[in-house]
Design a protein around this ligand. Structure first.
Ligand code: NAD
Length: 360
């Protein structure tokens, strides 16, 4: 089968592409605009694979989407392309509305036209898998606010949408569009909502790589507010495996929540990273006696959600998926990856990848 992956040069998209090339016989068309977050060097295998094609295309460009569908003839679509960083959405929501809403609408329309003209067997097997976030559900009560003995709620597939940030609102809107295209036009769509991912090839603006790289450089480790916000963490390769399972075996019109059963306070995550670095890189930058000493509390993010936690039991029940990494094993692998792959992140941090790509 040929799978068209949008956003396949991003953090999760590249993990999906690597997973498909390494562990399946499927072919991949990676359709990506290559914004600041896209990086084709995150897919080293692609250089040697005859099953991989790259198309530098904006999902808002319907003419280019029609060309790619017609030339590449994909069997399945996995839609990950998005603006994804909450802080950027607060500073400038326009790009988020454009890519996440207008882009998803444009892609849905191109996919619908292409799907409607497919022969019957290919039409029946076609899937449009929309990859979304648990942030569309808003936030959950913090354990500190819940009385003793009271059960802590989790996000399920039927939790009402209540997004807090421009990012999560734009993703919520895109989820609604995808479901409407299934209900109204019969486009065979599936939606997944996942918790926070971490792992290799993560753009250094996000919490985990930001903390690792700042610590290695002896720079302050910024923590929002008091660091008590809780996120539910999933190793990115476990997510990629779940997504390929969903697009190939999931049921049309259905939503699946994906999560790692790893609720951690942000401050706890930073402490764990500091402790791993103490063990793996005991020789610290000049003037630093303990990585934890670099922790600096900064003004909280406006509208900061207090807790996310996913009930992923449907994935286990219906698709026999479970995460393979625990938080401890996944975080250790992640820190080790950043230590072993300095070239990748230095080229990103120095802007060298973008300059080379643009031929400057
Ligand atoms: P990312 O920012 O690392 O990557 C996004 C990719 O999309 C980049 O390669 C970028 O170049 C591409 N892109 C952006 N705008 C585009 C456009 N207009 N046309 C074509 N390509 C475009 O994001 P990520 O963290 O890999 O997230 C991927 C998807 O998974 C997103 O839809 C996000 O909402 C969702 N998600 C992310 C997380 C997480 O923890 N990172 C959790 C759950 C869900």
């Amino acid at each position: 089968m040929k799978i068209l992956v949008t956003g396949g040069a991003g953090f999760i998209g590249s993990a999906v592409v690597r997973h498909i090339l390494e562990n399946t016989d499927h072919s991949v068309v990676n359709l990506d605009k290559l914004t600041y977050a896209g990086n084709t060097e995150s897919i080293p295998l692609s250089l040697h694979s005859a099953r991989y094609v790259f198309e530098q295309v904006d999902i808002c460009d319907s003419v280019e989407l029609d060309r790619v569908f017609s030339e590449q003839q994909p069997d399945l679509i996995m839609h990950l392309a998005a603006e994804s960083h909450v802080d950027r959405s607060i500073d400038g929501p326009g790009e988020f509305i454009q890519t996440n809403l207008v882009g998803t609408y444009t892609l849905l329309e191109a996919a619908r036209k292409y799907w409607a003209a497919l022969p019957d067997t290919r039409k029946a097997a076609f899937r449009f898998h929309h990859i979304s976030t648990d942030e569309v559900y808003g936030d959950l009560p913090h354990p500190d606010e819940v009385s003793e003995g009271e059960a802590l709620p989790l996000f399920t597939e039927t939790t009402s949408y209540a997004p807090s940030s421009p990012y999560s609102a734009s993703k919520a809107g895109s989820d609604h569009l995808v479901r409407a295209w299934q209900r109204t036009y019969g486009l065979p769509t599936i939606v997944t909502n996942c918790s926070n991912n971490y792992g290799p090839y993560h753009f250094p603006e996000k919490l985990v790589p930001h903390i690792i790289l700042n610590a290695l450089a002896g720079k302050p480790l910024p923590v929002y507010g008091d660091g008590s916000q809780i996120r539910d963490w999933l190793y990115v390769e476990d997510h990629a495996r779940a997504l390929v399972k969903v697009v190939t075996q999931g049921e049309v019109g259905v939503t699946y929540n994906i999560g790692g059963h790893n609720e951690k306070r942000n401050l706890e995550v930073v402490h764990i990273l500091c402790d791993l670095l103490e063990a793996l890189v005991p020789e610290k930058p000049a003037g630093v006696s303990a990585y934890r000493d670099l922790i600096t509390f900064v003004k909280d993010r406006p509208g900061h959600d207090v807790r996310y936690a996913i009930d992923a039991s449907k994935m286990t029940r219906e698709l026999a998926w479970n995460p393979e990494e625990t938080f401890e094993t996944g975080m250790k692998k992640t820190v080790q990856w950043y230590l072993d792959n300095k070239d990748w992140w230095q080229r990103v941090l120095n802007g060298e990848y973008q300059l080379d790509r643009l031929g400057k």
